[in-house]
Design a protein. Structure first.
Length: 100
């Protein structure tokens, strides 16, 4: 996530954790980072008791120090797109892509 637009669409973050019972995630939603449009969209959806759309992307943590506190996943507001558009080079999601 390098662009300013992506930073404006960031809703929060998730950290991947491992315990004796398995892998899980902890996270937070951080409205202090949202622009007015993102805040209004989430408030409208919650007020109408509708689902809040979001997307989650795994960060590249390969260069992070072992004791880094940086999140493993970024939670973003989805970008509007043409309903007929389909990603051309998107790889299908597999079970190994999801840590739990």
């Amino acid at each position: 996530m390098n662009s300013t637009q992506d930073q404006n669409n960031k809703l929060g973050a998730l950290w991947e954790k491992i315990s004796g019972r398995g892998t899980y995630m902890t996270g937070k939603i951080d409205p202090s980072r949202w622009d007015d449009e993102a805040l209004a969209a989430v408030i409208d959806a919650l007020s109408a008791r509708q689902p809040v759309p979001l997307v989650v992307f795994r960060r590249d943590t390969s260069k992070d120090a072992a004791d880094s506190n940086r999140p493993t996943w970024d939670i973003l507001r989805p970008k509007p797109r043409d309903a007929a558009a389909t990603p051309r080079d998107a790889k299908p999601l597999t079970a190994s892509d999801i840590p739990f």
